[in-house]
Unconditional design. Structure first.
Ligand code: NDP
Length: 401
């Protein structure tokens, strides 16, 4: 059993900590640290009530490398699981290097003043982790995360000669609010309003944000409009599977969400450029986050299902094949189990599984890695066992668009 330090007491952190506490054969003592300790305490109370297990809590500003280093030295975990925000990734990796402890996260580093999420900042840590014999696992959520493992699984078992990859992220849930994001609003809106980018014939093709969409009939959800977007796993997947001639990412949005987003953009509230307000500098998007519903509270009212998966076309044993590998997750079932909606659940469970892979040394190599660089089979087995069962179907033909 290995002791764990989780940083970040938001929607995802809550699910991951509940699931770790439910698996005491894998995880030893759990410490949850975050900027506001009362958020950690609320999660600790729920963990104790639901699982009968207790966890420790701590207050931490993870932007501060020295404070994080001191906390890691005190807790002595074998792994630090970073479920705070992408802004903290590098600071937490530095602290892990200072103490000599492994690292895991669910989202790649993004500088605060530039809505640009790319792996190069974290891949640059490869040599430092390798030299110290430490491992960093990047992007162990659902997308990125499970979608990377799905791609590796498809290549290993279903379509050995992959040509095209489409990742389809559908949230068919309804939270009953006029406008809310289903994970951190600031990160979510930065992602959705960025230009779309996909990989085609060895280069990135950029199109205006939300300008390409198609309707798709999702299993157990039904027809939804999905929009072409850039998503961070495209960068590592196109690098690690150079045989892919095209890799795209799609996400569903309802008309009401898009209408609100358009208005908020038009009035300048999604901007990350600081403005002066009553003598104080504020970032409009951060102000917007403060007035939007907390994604962690949406679980109580959200009904419906998510369906996230990969469609890959190519050849298996010399014959054309297209498969669709996906998971369907029910918002209400997640809430009943851990008190969170499915978007936090589908991210927190893979974070727990990635942590299990590392502490049980099923996946363990010195250096900085993306999920698709390891054997997908043990991870896929744990998905089935821990609340995210998957299945695949053969499609008659590749996607027609
Ligand atoms: P939340 O905003 O709900 O939670 C983030 C938590 O981190 C909050 O508790 C926040 O504290 C804390 N935090 C923020 N800054 C600091 C800091 N400097 N020091 C310590 N703690 C800090 O976000 P989510 O739980 O929705 O998302 C967590 C992460 O998961 C994000 O990086 C997100 O991008 C990623 N994600 C990944 C997905 C995937 O599939 N791969 C999908 C969804 C999310 P406070 O409460 O005080 O604000």
């Amino acid at each position: 059993m290995s002791d764990i330090l989780v940083i970040g007491a938001g929607g995802v952190g809550s699910v991951a900590v509940h699931k770790m506490a439910m698996n005491k054969d894998i995880f030893g003592h759990i410490t949850l640290a975050s900027r506001r300790v009362h958020k950690c305490q609320e999660i600790a109370d729920s963990v104790s009530q639901r699982t009968g297990n207790s966890i420790d809590v701590a207050e931490l500003d993870a932007d501060n490398v020295s404070d994080t280093t001191q906390l890691i030295e005190r807790v002595k975990p074998s792994l630090v699981v970073n479920l705070a925000l992408p802004y903290q990734d590098l600071a937490i990796m530095d602290a892990c290097l200072n103490v000599g402890v492994d690292y895991l996260d669910t989202a790649n580093y993004e500088p605060r003043d530039e809505a640009k999420f790319e792996y190069h900042w974290q891949w640059a840590y490869q040599e430092r982790f390798e030299k110290k014999g430490l491992m960093a696992l990047l992007g162990s959520g659902f997308d990125p995360g499970v979608t990377n493992v799905f791609t590796a699984y498809i290549k290993k078992h279903l379509v050995s000669d992959m040509k095209t990859l489409d990742i389809l992220d559908c949230n068919g849930g309804d939270h009953g609010q006029h406008f809310a994001t289903n994970f951190n609003p600031e990160i979510n809106i930065r992602e959705v309003t960025a230009a779309a980018r996909h990989w085609e014939n060895g280069q990135w093709v950029e199109t205006p944000a939300l300008s390409t969409h198609h309707s798709y009939d999702f299993p157990e959800v039904g027809a939804r409009n999905m929009y072409l977007m850039y998503h961070e796993e495209l960068e590592s997947l196109s690098k690690h599977f150079p045989e892919l001639s095209r890799a795209r990412f799609w996400m569903t949005f309802g008309d009401a969400y898009l209408k609100h987003l358009e208005v908020l953009q038009n009035v300048g509230l999604t901007s990350i450029e600081p403005i002066m307000y009553e003598g104080k500098e504020i970032v409009p998007l951060q102000f917007l986050k403060a007035v939007l519903p907390d994604p962690g509270d949406l679980g109580k009212t959200t009904k419906g299902k998510t369906c996230i998966g990969n469609i890959v076309s190519g050849k298996q044993n010399g014959k054309e094949r297209s498969v669709y590998l996906y998971n369907v997750c029910d918002h209400e079932d997640c809430f009943a189990e851990v008190g969170s909606q499915a978007v936090s659940y589908t991210t927190g469970v893979p974070a727990m599984i990635g942590a299990a892979m590392m502490v049980e040394k099923k996946w363990h190599k010195a250096g900085v890695y993306n999920m698709e660089q390891f054997d997908p089979d043990p991870f896929m087995m744990m998905l089935n066992k821990h609340g995210l069962p998957w299945q695949y179907i053969d499609l008659d033909q590749p996607l027609g668009f």
